[in-house]
Design a protein around this ligand. Sequence first.
Ligand code: ADP
Length: 568
Amino acid sequence: MFTSKAFRWALLGIGLLAIIALTGMNVYSLYDIRDRMVDGEEERQLSLVDELTRNVWRQIYQPFEGLGTLELEPTERTIETSGKFPPQLHEKIISAAESPLFDGLYYTPEGTDPCIEGSKVYVYNYSTQIMEYTENYPSNLCDGVGLARTKARIELNSFDYRWNNNVEFDAHRTMNIGFINLSENRIIGYLSVSMNKDYIVNDVIAPMFMEYFDPKTNPGTVLWLHDWANNDVLATNNPSVNYNRDLMDARKFFPGDMFENWNVKVGFIENPVGTIYNDTLLKNLIVLGVAMLFVIGALLFMFFTAQKERNLSQRQAGFLANVTHELKTPLAVMQAAGENISDGRVTEKERLKQYGNHIYNESIRLRGMIEKLLDVAKTDSGQTLIKAIPSNLNELVKEYLKENRSYLEEKGFAVSFKHSMSQALIMVDRSHLETVLSNLTENAVKYSSDKRKKVIKIEVDSDPKNMLLHISDTGIGIPKKHQKNIFKKFYRVEDSLSAKTKGHGLGLSIVKNLIELNGGTIDVASEVGKGTTFTLRFPIFIRNKEKVSSKKTSESSNTNMINTSEYA
Ligand code: ADP
C-alpha cells in the first residue's frame, strides 16, 4: 500500500519535473534563437559596413583603374622631354587631376629622394596640364614616396610579381603608385596623388553612410568615421548619438590600408531584429506558460481524480462488506426467531413476546437501512423530488422537536431550543428538513458517550442574507483532519471511538445533498472530546420588515400561522 502510494507520488513528481524541464528547454531555445538572430543581424550589418568601405576604396581608386594595361616605361623619357606622361597615361592623369577627390599630383623619378633638401620632383600644373620640374612640393611627399619605394622593392624581390605598378596609401592621405619596368625588374618612378580630405569626408563617405545606414530606416546601427590618431570623429550617420568607446561594438578598416589612421567604428544601440523578435518572444513565452499551466493542471487533475476514485472505491468496498454484514445480521436474527416460532419450539407467552420484539426491532433497523440506501440511490440518480414552500425555520424545528424530544430525552439527552427573533421565510421541502434534522440528531445520539452530560442544543439564528440553524452536541467530536471528508459518501472516521458505533458513512452525505438541493449549505465545527456543531444556512426568501418582539414571535410560533402578505 505504502509503496504503491509512494510510487504514484514519485510518478507525479517525475511528470512535473519533465514538464518543467521541457518548458525550461523551450524557454532556453527561444532565448537562444533570439540571440542567434540578433548576432546574425549584427553580422549582416557588419558585412554592409565592409561593402561600404570597399565602395569608398573603389571610388577613390577608380580614376587610376586600368594602369596595368598601359605602357609606363616611356614615362622616364616623355616626362623629361615634354613634362607629360605617355599619351594614354597622360589623359588619365588629366582626368584624375580634374576629379575633386584629389588636390595635387607629383611624380618622383626613382633615384630622386624627396626627403633630401633641394631635390626636385615633377608637380602637375593645373592650368598648363603638364608636369613641372620643381623644388616646391609638400613635405609629406617624403613619407609617401618612402613608403611606396619600400613596398615596391619588397614586391620586386618576390618571385612572381606580375604587375607594372604598385599602389600604397599613407597616413597623410596620399596615394602613391610605384611604376615598374617588369622586363628589367626595376622601379621607374612614383606618382603621388594628394587626396582632398574635406571632399572625401563630406562628399564621399558621409553620403555613403547615409545611403547604407539611414537612421530613419535603420536607427539601431550608428557609424562613426574616426581619426584615431587625432581622436576625432569626422563623419557619422546619426549625429544624435555621440561617439563613446563603450558604445562601440566593432571597428572596420578601409581596404588596402587606405586612410591608415581612419576607421569606421560601429555601435549597435538597438537591434531591429532583436526588437521585433522580443515581441514574438513575449508571445511565445506567454503561450508556453499557459500551455505549461494547462498541462500541469491536467496532470494534477488526473492525479487527484484518480486518487479520489481510489479512495471512493476503497470506501465503497468497505461499505459493501459492512452493509452485507448489517443486512445479514437482522435477517439472521429474524430468520432464527421466526423458525423457532413456526416450529412450535417456543410456546411460552413471555418468550413469544420476546421473539416478536426481536423480529420487530430488527425489521425496523433493516427498514431504516434500506431507506437510507434508497435515499442515496435517489440523490445519485437525481430523482429526489423537491416540494419547497415558504417556511418559518423556527416553526419547523419546533414541530420536529414536538415529535422527537421525548425519544431524545429517553436516550439521556438534555434538549434545548433557542428560536430566532427573525420571522423571515425560507424555501424548503419540509420532509427534507425533517430527514436532515433526524440524521443530525441521530448522529448526536450515536456519537455522544455516557461519560459526559449528554446535551443537544438547537438554535435558529439569522444574518442579513440567511437563516441559520446550529445543532450542537457534547459528544466525542470529530478530529480536524476528518472534518472536510465526513460529508463524502461512505466516509467514516476510522478511530477507536467512532468505530465502536455502527454506521455506513451515508447519513451526512444525504444531509448535505438535501440541504444543497434546497439551496442551503452546511458546515461543521468540532473539537475532539468537547462536541460538534453543525451549522446550516438557507437563503432568506421573504424578509420581515420589522423585527418582531420575542413575545410576539413566540405567539406567532404558537399559532403556527403566517400571513405572507405581512412580509415584503
Ligand atoms: P455514519 O453512518 O458513520 O454515522 P455519517 O455520514 O452520518 O455516517 O457520518 C460520517 C462520520 O462522521 C461518522 O462515521 C462519524 O465518525 C462522524 N460524525 C458524524 N456526526 C458526528 C457527531 N455528531 N459527533 C461526532 N462524530 C460525528
